[in-house]
Design a binder for this molecule. Structure first.
Ligand SMILES: Cc1cc2nc3c(=O)[nH]c(=O)nc-3n(C[C@H](O)[C@H](O)[C@H](O)COP(=O)(O)OP(=O)(O)OC[C@H]3O[C@@H](n4cnc5c(N)ncnc54)[C@H](O)[C@@H]3O)c2cc1C
Length: 320
């Protein structure tokens, strides 16, 4: 029997929403394999986040240690391995966030496990799990079988529903022994980007601008603010220095799946589409009727974004 371990993520003692989607994948796996569901939470001062994990039918393993405060993967990976072995997990996963992508490959190496990254769904039948994952910027979806006894994976949070409420699980403290002096990495500084807007990957609405903005993001930002959404950008806009790096949506940026995605002055290159095609409703504003973005858009406006976006923002404000 395969027990399942999901590594949850917290920031500043608060549970990250992406973890609940990873836990949703964990619930599916536990149901298919008949195994028990476990969740690991690592950090320092994380009691509140641990309580947030208790109602999903999983045993919660809480590793609270000062050396785990800054999310150093070198410190955390052996703790994940310890918890995986203690709970007999043969399936070990997390959300494919920046932290998950840093931590899980190290844990996989220590466990001698094969790994599937950015998993979009689960194939196969019963306990024989196949992991569906994108290749070639999402143009090909492969079904991957992992043949090692322990299997490690990261899931795209946008592709799995959040965990369903379940029985209250036991919360267990994990005895952690970390020799902080022996670590070869240390946290030097952490600069948080503070914004009134929602986090890009968690926003209900994302309004993104591309090269068509010619560097003027005011109309994009104003519409995002009118809709209470986040601002995104194409790589062309980021590379030109018009938008910060953490706004980039796409293959080498963030993967988003909001209820509404507005692409303004974005042509719709496959690398951009790979990061937003899971959005529920896609609206494209582009002057070129042949732009490939219209192939994935639910609503397309062949128009100048500098006219359309302010008009939309006014309408949205007036309707409130
Ligand atoms: C390995 C690799 C990884 C990549 N990763 C990413 C990624 O993560 N994310 C990403 O976005 N790209 C990525 N790219 C780049 C990608 O291939 C495209 O170059 C990029 O997405 C183009 O950005 P864009 O649509 O803003 O610019 P363009 O392709 O130049 O399109 C600009 C669009 O704006 C329209 N326009 C111009 N003026 C107006 C106006 N006034 N009103 C309305 N429309 C207007 C034009 O008609 C045009 O369609 C990657 C490329 C590679 C090779």
């Amino acid at each position: 029997m395969s027990n399942v371990l999901i590594v949850a993520e917290q920031f500043d003692g608060k549970l990250r929403k992406a973890s609940l989607h990873a836990l949703g994948a964990g619930q599916q796996l536990a149901a298919r394999t008949g195994g028990a569901l476990h969740v690991a939470l690592l950090g320092h001062g994380i009691a509140e986040a641990a309580r947030g994990l208790a109602g999903f039918g999983a045993t919660v393993h809480v590793a609270d240690h000062p050396a785990l405060a800054h999310g150093l993967a070198e410190a955390a990976a052996p703790v994940v391995v310890q918890i995986a072995r203690d709970c007999g997990a043969t399936l070990v996963g997390a959300a494919a966030t920046a932290a998950g992508k840093d931590l899980l490959p190290r844990a996989a190496a220590l466990l001698g496990a094969g790994m599937a990254t950015e998993v979009l769904g689960l194939g196969g039948a019963g306990p024989a799990i196949l992991f569906r994952r994108p290749m070639w910027a999402g143009n090909v979806v492969a079904e991957v079988e992992i043949t090692t006894p322990v299997k490690v994976f990261t899931v795209r949070p946008t592709e799995f529903a959040p965990a369903a409420a379940g029985a209250a699980g036991e919360v267990r403290a994990v005895a952690v022994g970390i020799d902080a002096a022996a670590l070869r990495t240390r946290s030097v500084d952490f600069q948080v980007v503070k914004s009134e807007r929602p986090e890009l990957t968690e926003a209900r609405v994302v309004v993104s601008g591309g090269r068509g903005t010619k560097g003027d993001f005011k109309a994009v930002e104003a519409l995002a603010d009118a809709l209470g959404g986040a601002v995104g950008a194409s790589r062309a806009a980021v590379d030109a220095g018009w938008a910060p790096n953490d706004w980039q949506v796409g293959q080498t940026g963030k993967v988003v799946a909001p209820e509404l995605y507005v692409a303004a002055g974005i042509s719709g290159a496959i690398q951009h589409v790979a990061g937003m095609k899971g959005s529920r409703v896609i609206v494209a504003v582009n002057k070129d009727p042949e732009a490939p973005i219209f192939q994935v858009a639910d609503y397309g406006l062949v128009a100048d974004l500098f006219q359309v976006l302010p008009a939309l923002a006014e309408r949205v404000k007036a309707s409130r």
